[in-house]
Ligand binder design. Structure first.
Ligand code: MG
Ligand code: ZN
Length: 223
């Protein structure tokens, strides 16, 4: 009997394309992030706020992944970024091949920061490498404090944690200690930015971190 481990083959093929994407971005000196979250956590609002804060100083591109519509790419473009919309036609995550196609459609010599907005989903996006430099997970207060406990893969696989909608803390029974205990068990010491995109509160340290990374990527260009 011949058995094929489909899952491993898919991941291996995806990883190969992801590493080519990363080589391309490194060669151009572009810093890139992969933003993941459940639907409604505020990925697009974070992207809008980020683009508005950086557009005067840097050239930005956004690759937006959604099952349908181009609403989010339109918002990114309106905020001041180049944008590419990927409609996955039902697939619940982006993969490296989709990013490869989107990169080919962008004028990369005019880009300093590439932001990828993954499909809203707390399960599989963390399993598919895209070739971006850092994974960013956006949690939000209304989702509840149990999410790290229930979706460990996403919390383990992230480089940065953003806690959005902190302005709602007085109105929602969210136990920050319980949430943080889950995070620390899975991803000890993960860099965390609590903020509110709506109230424009706490964005400064996130923006400062991005600026440092963009500048660092430029100095390493082609290395
Ligand atoms: Mg969105
Ligand atoms: Zn998926």
């Amino acid at each position: 009997m011949i058995k094929i481990e489909i899952k491993e083959e898919i991941f291996a093929a995806n990883d190969q394309v992801a590493s080519r994407n990363l080589d391309l971005l490194n060669g151009m000196g572009i810093f890139s992030i992969n933003i993941m979250a459940s639907p409604g956590a505020g990925k697009t609002s974070l992207i809008e706020a980020t683009v508005k804060n950086l557009a005067a100083e840097f050239r930005l591109a956004v690759i937006d992944g959604d099952i349908a519509t181009s609403l989010d790419a339109e918002r990114a473009e309106k905020a001041g970024a180049l944008s590419v919309q990927i409609n996955t036609g039902g697939q619940c995550h982006l993969d490296a091949g989709m990013i490869q196609a989107a990169l080919a459609a962008l004028p990369l010599n005019q880009v300093d920061l590439l932001i990828v907005e993954n499909v809203g989903n707390l399960v599989c996006p963390a399993s598919f490498k895209l070739g971006t430099h850092k994974n960013i997970l956006v949690a939000s207060i209304p989702e509840g404090d149990d999410k790290p406990h229930k979706y460990p893969g996403m919390y383990q696989g992230t480089d940065i944690l953003i806690i959005n909608k902190i302005d709602l803390l007085p109105y929602i029974p969210f136990r920050m200690e319980f949430f943080q205990a889950g995070v620390q068990a899975l991803n000890p010491g993960v860099r965390t930015f609590p903020l509110s995109c709506l109230k424009k509160d706490g964005l400064e340290s996130w923006i400062a971190w991005l600026k440092d990374e963009i500048k660092l990527a430029k100095t390493k260009k082609g290395a």
